[in-house]
Design a protein around this ligand. Structure first.
Ligand code: UGA
Length: 440
């Protein structure tokens, strides 16, 4: 059965969700307050780099099942199910989440909701937000109590957004009624029929699932990076340690990759918002370990700067450093809280000439940090460099030929911040290869 669905907010999450809902056969209207973004999307242009998303979007537009608007009245008139996909960034000067976009989305939509509807939150929010928004919707909608709120957290990863949306490893519904559950089951029916497991809970549980999942992933990364610190102090090799740990099926090898640590628009701000919320709830002790998870993660960035200094004889000042990677992870142009860029900026501030190359994130990086020297290829970045820093593990960098690159640099020194290059191969080509958590 097809539904009339709207998606409020067309960032990574909203654009992917809108196109995926159309792919499932629903009639979809996407809305954003940013008119430029809306017209780009309506023309089939995705304003960020996400593999496969533009194809999915264009297919949806061509099918006639997806349109975009900036008008909340049109959204309310069109849809029976409204997904909220707006951002919840970290609040300036605080650990807490900034919920203004969520509140504004509800405030704009509610006065137009004149008939029964299901509003479904997908944004990552502090536990308790959904119950507050449910009241707000009821109070401000002409349809009153026949407007219901549900929560349906999203677990998609940037770089795999299309795959994760169409093949989710679980679908979580936070609902207050059987009607809401039945509606959501019908909306996701093609994915459920294809085998995606469904977990149903109440509103606070579904909000918690999301932040708990991201906190666990962050903890796993920081755990292995804490082990990297131990390895550095003892001459052990964290990549061997990680491989051995990961073979225990109770531990598993995913998110156990040691290196420069986690960044992006989700993990760092989500663990902080979770700590802030726990504090408000009077259970801050339950999450004090996340403070350590955050600190370990930050120390990896500082340690990478240390390695650069060590490699250059104690100071980077006046030296030329090539930085490979600006995105917070490969297959993304997202530079939010990017460990790679933070290291690049730190080294620049210590007086090095820093040249940055990234396959997709150059535009975003240049806008954010215009003072770095952006180069349009690896070749141009490494030419004559005293040191190469490999900070985002794009396939293009993993495939580099150490001999060919060696012929271009001023000195064959590389720091592999992602433990992603073949150390033996680089050393055999005459490079000094250093990596986090491994003996030199
Ligand atoms: C993360 C979660 O993985 C998604 O499930 C979630 O939906 C999303 O946040 C969100 O809340 O929207 P994402 O931010 O796209 O997804 O990135 P991840 O793939 O989780 O990677 C996060 C960071 O951890 C990256 O900087 C990556 O380089 C780093 N990482 C990852 C490691 O340092 N080691 C690892 O083993 C894995």
């Amino acid at each position: 059965m097809t539904h009339r669905i709207t998606v409020v907010g067309t960032g990574y999450l909203g654009t992917t969700h809108a196109a995926a809902m159309a792919e499932l056969g629903h009639q979809v209207l996407g809305m954003d307050v940013d008119a430029e973004r809306v017209s780009a999307l309506a023309e089939g242009r995705v304003p960020m780099y996400e593999p496969g998303l533009e194809d999915l979007l264009r297919r949806a537009l061509a099918s006639g099942r997806l349109r975009f608007t900036t008008d909340p009245a049109e959204v309310a008139a069109f849809g029976d199910v409204h997904f909220l996909c707006v951002g919840t960034p970290q609040r300036a000067g605080s650990y807490a989440a900034d919920l203004r976009q969520v509140d504004e989305a509800v405030d704009e939509l509610a006065p137009h909701l004149a008939r029964p509807a299901l509003v479904v939150g997908k944004s990552t929010v502090p536990v308790g937000t959904a119950q507050r928004l449910a009241r707000r919707l009821r109070d401000r909608s002409p349809a009153g109590a026949s407007v219901e709120l549900a929560w349906n957290p999203e677990f998609l990863r940037e770089g795999y957004a299309v795959h994760d949306s169409l093949h989710p490893d679980r679908i979580v519904f936070g609902v207050s009624s059987a009607v809401a559950e039945a509606t959501l089951r019908a909306v996701y029916a093609p994915l459920i029929d294809a085998g995606a497991p469904v977990v149903v809970g109440d509103l606070p549980t579904s909000e918690l699932v999301k932040v708990a999942a991201n906190s666990f992933l962050a903890t796993k990364i920081s755990f292995i990076n804490a082990m990297a610190e131990l390895c550095e102090a003892t001459g052990a090799d964290v990549t061997v340690l990680s491989a051995a740990l990961g073979m225990d099926p109770r531990i598993g090898n995913q998110f156990l990759k040691p290196g420069l640590g986690f960044g992006g628009g989700c993990l760092p701000k989500d663990i902080r918002a979770f700590m802030a919320r726990a504090g408000e709830l009077g259970v801050d002790q339950a999450l004090t370990f996340l403070r350590e998870v955050d600190a370990i993660n930050q120390r990896r960035r500082a340690r990478t700067v240390d390695l650069a200094r060590e490699e250059l004889g104690g100071s980077v000042a006046g030296r030329t450093v090539a930085v490979l990677g600006a995105a917070f992870k490969p297959d993304s142009d997202d530079i939010r809280d990017s460990p790679a860029l933070e290291v690049a900026v730190a080294i620049h501030e210590e007086g090095a000439a820093v040249r940055v190359y990234d396959p997709k994130a150059m535009g975003n990086a240049r806008r954010r940090y215009p003072l770095l020297d952006y180069r349009d290829s690896v070749t141009s970045a490494v030419e004559g460099a005293d040191l190469v820093l490999h900070l985002t593990e794009w396939a293009e960098f993993r495939a580099l030929d150490p001999d060919a690159i060696g012929a271009l640099v001023g000195a064959r020194r590389i720091v592999d911040g992602r433990n992603a290059l073949d150390a033996e191969r680089w050393r055999a080509a005459g490079w000094t290869y250093r990596a986090l958590g491994r003996p030199s």
